[in-house]
Ligand binder design. Structure first.
Ligand SMILES: NC(=O)c1ccc[n+]([C@@H]2O[C@H](COP(=O)([O-])OP(=O)(O)OC[C@H]3O[C@@H](n4cnc5c(N)ncnc54)[C@H](OP(=O)(O)O)[C@@H]3O)[C@@H](O)[C@H]2O)c1
Length: 301
């Protein structure tokens, strides 16, 4: 198959490209950065600039599936201007792709989009799945709704649309875990708030395997990309400290302190997402990392 990926140069994209190439798929990718363009027989970069509405139309040639991962990082301070960038980098880019697919003769059958778990209500004990209709009233939840709406538009063009609601990605190369590990390595690690907030996590290798599974099986609809056993923030902090062989001796860091430091973005540390991945597992997807200890030890030991 030929797969067009946006955001292919990011944390998830790089690992997904590796997996798809190893399976003899061909990858085209769109990048906003001219310096990241490579041109090999099975891996070809194309320039786009969603903000300016620019896209190299050759990117769609003989493509069967589009995977949309592009989006400005959510872990930079949420000023009003940056909030706008978080939304627009996901929506304008999807719109640009939509218009290209609409007006160009093509053979694309499926649109797979990254999505987030912020849409779900907070919960310590109640486990939410993809059938949940309740949503949270927060900035990130609003982003997810808009993001998924922009993906759903591809249905009008006859494409299968699949949305991967992704939990905290466990990787050494980016995302939340290295940030949590930094103070622990220096001996200043501590859980946040009461530490009971649930973290629905997924190992990067499982996440890209799940994207591959969604493509191979031409899945449609929403899927939670979270390992079967979410853990509390306290547990996650403890497991990272154990893997790094560092003690945790400080009291938990209160929410108001992190709010002062991070502003609204402190949401990322205190929201509690307790989610099920039963839906994807019931289709036969098997997680390689189901327990947080195994996932974290894979990074640090
Ligand atoms: N990592 C996580 O824990 C996590 C959790 C939940 C959901 N997700 C979502 O999954 C997707 C991939 O995550 P990731 O961790 O791989 O992200 P990442 O490392 O930040 O990479 C995202 C890619 O998007 C492109 N990009 C950045 N800003 C952009 C902009 N303003 N306009 C257009 N493209 C832009 C960049 O590619 P170029 O420089 O090549 O253009 C970048 O490499 C993201 O949408 C993310 O929100 C990630």
């Amino acid at each position: 198959m030929k797969i067009l990926i946006t955001g292919a140069t990011g944390l998830v994209g790089k690992e997904l490209v590796k997996l798809l190439l190893a399976q003899n798929h061909t990858v085209n990718y769109l990048t906003t950065s001219l310096s990241k363009i490579e041109s090999k027989s099975n891996y070809k970069g194309f320039y786009w600039n969603p903000e300016l509405g620019k896209i190299d139309e050759n990117c769609l040639y003989e493509v069967d599936v589009i995977v949309h991962l592009a989006g400005a990082s959510i872990s930079k301070r949420w000023t009003n201007a940056y909030k706008q960038e978080i939304i627009e980098s996901r929506i304008l880019s999807a719109e640009l792709l939509y218009n290209l697919v609409r007006k160009t003769p093509n053979q694309v059958k499926q649109f797979v989009s990254a999505s987030g778990i912020a849409i779900y209500p907070d919960s310590y004990t109640k486990v939410y799945d993809e059938n949940t209709t309740e949503t949270e009233d927060s900035f990130l939840s609003h982003v997810v709704k808009k993001w998924e709406e922009s993906a759903n538009r591809f249905q009008v063009l006859g494409l299968k649309v699949c949305k991967i609601r992704t939990g905290v990605v466990v990787s050494k190369d980016g995302g939340a875990i290295p940030e949590m590990a930094k103070p622990i390595k220096m001996g200043f690690g501590a859980a946040f708030g009461n530490g009971k907030q649930m973290q629905s996590w997924i190992h990067l290798k499982d996440l890209v395997a799940l994207y591959d599974f969604a493509i191979e099986n031409q899945l449609e609809g929403v899927y939670n990309a979270v390992a079967p056993n979410p853990v509390s923030n306290k547990e996650l902090t403890k497991v990272i400290a154990q893997a790094l062989k560092k003690p945790l001796w400080l009291p938990n860091i209160p929410e108001f302190v992190m709010k002062l430091i991070l502003g609204e973005m402190s949401y990322l540390l205190f929201s509690s997402k307790n989610l099920s991945s039963e839906k994807i597992r019931s289709l036969g997807f098997q997680f390689r990392f189901s327990q947080i200890e195994d996932a974290i030890n894979d990074l640090y030991n």
